[in-house]
Design a protein around this ligand. Sequence first.
Ligand SMILES: Cc1cc2nc3c(=O)[nH]c(=O)nc-3n(C[C@H](O)[C@H](O)[C@H](O)COP(=O)(O)O)c2cc1C
Length: 294
Amino acid sequence: MTPVTFCGIELAHPIINASGTFDAIAARRAFGDALLTGFPFAAFVSKTVTLEPREGNPPPRLWEVPAGLMNSIGLPNKGLHGYLAHDLPELARLPVPLIVNVMGFSRDEVAALVSAFAARDEVAALELNVSCPNVETGMVMGADPAEVAQLLGVVRPLTDKPLIVKLTPNASDVPLVALAAEAAGADAVSLVNTLRGMALDPRTGEPWLGGITGGVSGPAVRAIALAQVHSVCAAIRIPVVAMGGVTCGRDARELMRAGATLVAVGTESFRDPSAGARIAAEVATATGCVSYPV
Ligand SMILES: Cc1cc2nc3c(=O)[nH]c(=O)nc-3n(C[C@H](O)[C@H](O)[C@H](O)COP(=O)(O)O)c2cc1C
């Protein structure tokens, strides 16, 4: 394994999890201490935490697409206080640095989340999920460079911890948003989040997902992720965490060749919970669905 330094954080290798796709607390219950000794990722990224608790979207929440998955989970979580009381103590016991992913429906909400986690030594870095509408402006924060710059203008002074802006692929010019994040003080960006999709119930013709639309992930989005990572890496100098459809070492190496410092594994962990460890080993040994050296 090749150690990596990411925003000043020492990591054993470049493979981490994508937010919301690996429940380390449930995995600890299922696998016991074996999870800690053979933890599959070099850092752990929490699922999105919001200020208030959320139930998530009504079911059905999943739909299988060719070579991928569409979800409209709707970010269910215990809210900031529930997370601090129940999840943070358990996640702090993981043998790797903890990155907390947060999302707010206004700049003030994001600021409250960032301030709360800034004070916690257990947290190594924060990932800002900006794939949600700002209720004050009606704009999806991450779709607009000016929104992202204003958000960072508010939250950047609140912490010295690394701030990673998780970009939405559902924007007209993703590199422009990445440039705005860099200029406003982000330490890194991550991409891609899921791509908006929709499925109809074949029996009724009505939307299948309770949330009407959902986010597509998995190998179906890999080529789009590679193109977006490539263009973002060409535009900015801060490190990039790349994700989207990674299933093996070759997929990860392609994203690193495009310029990514770290690669996150998402949907593949549902199929193979030890995918992170396997892909890290495949990256180190240049193997893993390899048909040509990358
Ligand atoms: C079931 C599911 C839940 C997710 N939850 C979150 C989340 O809570 N926060 C977030 O920023 N991204 C979330 N994502 C997006 C992933 O972190 C990742 O950006 C996306 O799935 C692309 O990677 P993949 O193709 O390897 O899955 C979720 C994705 C899936 C499939």
